[in-house]
Design a protein around this ligand. Structure first.
Ligand code: DGL
Length: 251
């Protein structure tokens, strides 16, 4: 079984892409709706939440993990592999597949993400390893606004505020899995000269390569959320209209 981990609704964008690549995989998804948003939390808090989330997924039978939360990647210490007896091929996170996609490109790149992800410099350091610069832009409050279903005008104000007049890049990487829900607003604010890149597809393709055929199953989906959320239920329905799934609420 594949475990997907996110603070809340963001990982649904990754699950949707994963379903294209691995339709028969059984998936257990943990959305930590009680503690979302993660992106303004300290590294220590994120480490503790990551440990708890991974433990829960393993207890529920996940043998392979997609960490669909960039803010969590920022706290994924190497020692976690040992703590959870995971091999490297059993864990996929968002940053590696994204950076590998842009290897060799001459385009000017920017990544927008939560304050925790930007502060960790996880994209910056990974891109430097392939000799590329990436401009990082933190967008405080956007993941929380998407998580709670804030009105579009509010989302637009947050995104416009983060960019100001700054548009000196060709590609904007959506370095938070909540952000694809606001793609239309990003396009509106940035105009057509900037291409948006959602890493979900690359991550799903990586999962297909790494997890197939071991993860051939019945295509079942089970959601676990730490606090009930109408918004989560509505987006799951919207993104996976043809799927049968169960939702378990921990609290
Ligand atoms: N979707 C997550 C990410 O990719 C977490 C966002 C948040 O909860 O702040 O960073």
């Amino acid at each position: 079984m594949i475990g997907i981990f996110d603070s809340g609704v963001g990982g649904l964008t990754v699950l949707r892409a994963l379903r294209e690549e691995l339709p028969s995989a059984d998936v257990v998804y943990f959305g930590d709706t009680k503690n979302a948003p993660y992106g303004e939390r300290s590294r220590e808090e994120l480490s503790a939440l990551t440990v708890a989330g991974l433990r829960l997924l393993q207890e529920r039978g996940a043998e392979r993990i997609v960490s669909a939360c960039n803010s969590v990647s920022a706290s994924l210490a190497v020692s976690l592999y040992d703590a959870f007896s995971l091999r490297h091929d059993q864990l996929i996170e968002m940053v590696g597949p994204t950076v590998s996609f842009f290897r060799g490109t001459t385009m000017r790149l920017a990544v927008c993400a939560t304050p925790a992800t930007v502060r960790s410099d996880i994209y910056g350091s990974a891109f430097r390893m392939i000799g590329k610069d990436v401009h990082s832009i933190a967008i405080p409050e956007l993941a929380g606004a998407v998580e709670s279903g804030a009105p579009e005008a509010e989302i637009k104000k947050i995104i416009s505020g983060a960019f100001g007049g700054e548009k000196s890049f060709d590609v904007l990487i959506l370095g938070c899995t909540h952000y694809p829900f606001a793609s239309d607003v990003f396009r509106d604010v940035l105009g057509s000269s900037v291409t948006l890149f959602d890493p979900a597809e690359e991550v799903a393709q990586r999962a297909q390569k790494q997890f197939w055929p071991q993860e051939a199953g019945n295509g079942g989906t089970r959601f676990i959320i730490s606090k009930d959320s109408e918004r989560f239920r509505a987006l799951a329905e919207e993104l996976l209209p043809d799927e049968e799934y169960s939702v378990e609420v921990l609290e």
